[in-house]
Design a protein around this ligand. Structure first.
Ligand SMILES: *[C@@H]1O[C@H](CO)[C@@H](O)[C@H](O)[C@H]1NC(C)=O
Ligand SMILES: *[C@@H]1O[C@H](CO)[C@@H](O)[C@H](O)[C@H]1NC(C)=O
Ligand SMILES: *[C@@H]1O[C@H](CO)[C@@H](O)[C@H](O)[C@H]1NC(C)=O
Length: 163
């Protein structure tokens, strides 16, 4: 049998092991029709938190850098029209490659309002890059609850087998 304390310690250790997903902030229309950073780097399960700074915008996935038409294959990134002060959170659901997106509102994309999420493999969360470096990225831990319970259960049985 486990004592409550043992389980508590396991719970904390498991939580720490799983909490490596990050929230990466990308500002929308921070300075004209732009995304800041335009090129963000992220890992699977990271959350890209788009913060709408000024005016109205609508983010949609495209199939390439600077492409101003909807993606024909991937349709997971789609914010709908958002106004200043609002946020749109997009969870990265692929292990690698690039996710391209643009602003579908008015002629914003032709004005240069498009961006890229470069997905890299590995742990530890991502960071922004580009004109403003990674300065607008926030490092906030988000536990992935499914991974959390899987790892917790595995750890529990591992410890049990040693007793
Ligand atoms: C592109 O996708 C957005 C969001 O899903 C949608 O509102 C818009 O009508 C689509 N545009 C075209 C040309 O299909
Ligand atoms: C997006 O995530 C941020 C940080 O967790 C949160 O403050 C915000 O309310 C979320 N926005 C939406 C629309 O869920
Ligand atoms: C972001 O990457 C695209 C290509 O994926 C490139 O055309 C663009 O210049 C880059 N932007 C910045 C600010 O580095």
């Amino acid at each position: 049998m486990f004592r409550t304390l043992d389980i508590l310690v396991l719970l904390i250790l498991t939580f720490l092991a799983c909490s490596n997903a990050e929230i990466i902030t990308v500002k929308v229309a921070d300075s004209g029709l732009d995304f800041n950073p335009q090129n963000a780097t992220a890992r699977k399960d990271d959350v890209i938190s788009f913060l709408f700074v000024k005016g109205k915008h609508s983010l949609v996935q495209s199939d390439g850098p600077g492409v101003c038409t909807n993606s024909t294959t991937l349709t997971s990134l789609s914010s709908g029209i958002k106004s200043e002060g609002e946020t749109y959170n997009f969870t990265v659901n692929q292990n690698n490659g690039a996710i391209y997106y643009f602003c579908d509102y008015g002629q914003h994309c032709l004005g240069g309002e498009w961006g890229v999420i470069n997905v890299v493999s590995g742990n530890g969360g991502g960071s922004g890059s580009g004109s403003n470096g990674g300065k607008s990225s926030a490092s906030v831990n988000v536990p992935n609850s499914l991974n959390f319970f899987l790892l917790f259960t595995i750890t529990l049985f591992f410890f049990k087998s040693m007793i």
